[in-house]
Write a protein that binds this ligand. Structure first.
Ligand SMILES: [Zn+2]
Length: 173
């Protein structure tokens, strides 16, 4: 007899297997919903705070100190970065070559954003390819420094966690 044939034994086995999956999924869902309900507010708030620090190029530990001495759109000393947080003294260079990873994240994200940007302009707004790329050049030129800094802030905030006690120190300054 073939192995997968629908005999009574096979049929029972299939049902048992299905029941095991159902139990596993139900228990898993119940446990994770409970965890989520308990921690939801904390996680969401933390995530919003982290995101705000990334977009504003702020220190990962205190979310108060600036990572860069000049404005992103001033184009003045675009790649100069503080070595330590001016507010809480957190080290912005935890190890040599720390921002190597930021480069890869920046590369991956910018590739998708640029692709999406040109697709929207060319396919949805019906601009010519040349015009789409022209607009892309302008947007990239304007956001170049901001994006470089965002990648670094993103990486620092991703690796280094927020420390509430440091925020208190930074706020007192
Ligand atoms: Zn700081």
């Amino acid at each position: 007899m073939k192995k997968g044939a629908l005999t009574l034994t096979n049929y029972r086995f299939r049902i048992r297997k299905k029941r095991t999956y159902v139990i596993m999924i139900t228990v898993g869902a119940a446990v994770s919903t409970d965890l989520w309900a308990n921690q939801k507010k904390h996680y969401v708030m933390q995530w919003i705070q982290d995101a705000r620090a990334m977009f504003n190029h702020k220190c990962a530990e205190c979310h108060e100190g600036d990572m860069f001495p000049t404005g992103a759109f001033s184009f003045n000393k675009p790649f100069d970065m503080h070595e330590r947080c001016p507010k809480c003294n957190a080290n912005y260079y935890p190890e040599p070559g720390f921002y190597y990873g930021a480069m890869f994240m920046s590369y991956i994200f910018s590739a998708f954003i640029i692709l999406g940007f040109v697709m929207v302009l060319h396919w949805i707004l019906k601009l010519s390819l040349m015009a789409s790329f022209g607009w892309l050049m302008i947007v990239v030129a304007v956001f170049f420094v901001w994006w470089f800094r965002f990648a670094r802030a993103f990486w620092l905030n991703l690796i280094v966690g927020f420390k509430p006690e440091k925020k208190a120190i930074a706020k007192a300054k």
